[in-house]
Design a protein. Structure first.
Length: 342
């Protein structure tokens, strides 16, 4: 009986997915049905570009070895990386916490592991993971925002992250919301990131009170009625809401998925942001629903795996992932705090 299956002499491919973050490198071998065939997490070296690339190649090599031992042959590598990423050239240009130096990462990995590789910006990879398995599942259009050291974001339409002409679509972190505001690491002034990143809460609170607190500490002060903390928090949610309203106006998104350390503030973040948003979205656009990211650290790995399958022309396999249940993967959080660090 003839089927519409894509014929593949070696069977459907598995891929290697590697997510390079500021503190750890997470890697996995992912099978054609999204099976996690092996996974690995190591600390990110911070001493040199050479050490960083070597660590990525060593994670890839170890995963390849484990896959082959289990009778599987990965055929491509999907890389997700933090920093300023040029997806079109497969190049990691620079990073706040990573020693990128205009690093041609996709080419280095292709050469080192002997299979094609593709590089995706980490916020876009995580958004893709959330679209496939997480909080963004089923949404026609949503924006994913990661509030951490910076503000990373991406827009997903019909299950796929929007790339744009230069691979920068959906990045709201450096939209200016206050032209008289603080200088930003990007060279601009008053960017969303200078007010709404987790690091911005700590920095602003310390500047005003002389007290150094992590973002969670500032949020805890908000709940206790500290007027300085409340003002800083209100600036953060207002900046985010302004940027999200702009995204709503352009892509009519129905959902905002919030991830990163600050999403742990949960109900406080959702309630305050919801109020600020309803005052800002264009009159005919319903305010989007807000949700906390569901996949945690696994989102970037699955997004990278999907990119690798895309590189092999097997986006049809990824389309099928959208209907799978992977509750057990989410529950296990294989790359979370309890993951293996070697
Ligand atoms: Zn900026």
């Amino acid at each position: 009986l003839a089927t519409e299956e894509v014929v593949d002499a070696d069977g459907p491919p598995s891929v290697i997915a590697i997510d390079v973050g500021g503190t750890s490198i997470k890697g996995a071998v992912v099978g054609p049905g999204a099976e996690l065939l092996a996974n690995l997490r190591v600390a990110t070296p911070d001493d040199s570009e050479h050490a960083l690339v070597e660590a990525i190649l060593s994670v890839g090599g170890e995963l390849l070895h484990r896959a082959e031992r289990n009778g599987s042959t990965p055929r491509a590598v999907g890389l997700s990386a933090a920093g300023v990423i040029d997806e079109l050239r497969g190049c990691a240009r620079c990073g706040a916490n990573l020693r990128w130096d205009d690093t041609p990462l996709a080419a280095r990995v292709h050469e080192g592991l002997g299979m094609p590789a593709t590089l995706v910006q980490d916020a876009r990879a995580a958004a893709h993971g959330e679209a496939i398995f997480g909080a963004g599942r089923g949404a026609v259009s949503f924006v994913s925002i990661i509030l951490g050291t910076g503000v990373g974001s991406a827009v997903v339409i019909d299950g796929r992250p929007l790339r744009g002409s230069h691979g920068l679509a959906g990045e709201i972190g450096h939209l200016q919301v206050d032209r008289h505001g603080l200088e930003c690491g990007c060279g601009g002034r008053g960017c969303v990131e200078t007010l709404a990143a987790a690091s911005a809460l700590s920095r602003r609170y310390a500047a005003e009170t002389g007290e150094a607190l992590p973002a969670e500490g500032v949020l805890e002060r908000v709940t206790r009625g500290d007027p300085v903390a409340i003002r800083i928090w209100s600036d953060a949610t207002a900046a985010l809401a302004s940027a999200i309203a702009a995204v709503v106006a352009v892509v009519d998104c129905e959902l905002v998925v919030l991830g990163g350390g600050m999403a742990a503030a949960g109900s406080l973040l959702l309630a305050d942001l919801r109020r600020e948003l309803s005052a800002r979205v264009p009159p005919l656009a319903p305010a989007p629903r807000l949700a906390v990211a569901a996949l945690g650290n696994a989102a970037g790995v699955f997004g990278a795996a999907a990119a690798a399958l895309g590189l092999l022309g097997r986006g049809d396999l990824v389309d099928r992932w959208h209907t799978l249940s992977i509750a057990e993967v989410i529950a296990a959080d294989p790359f979370g705090a309890n993951g293996n660090i070697h």
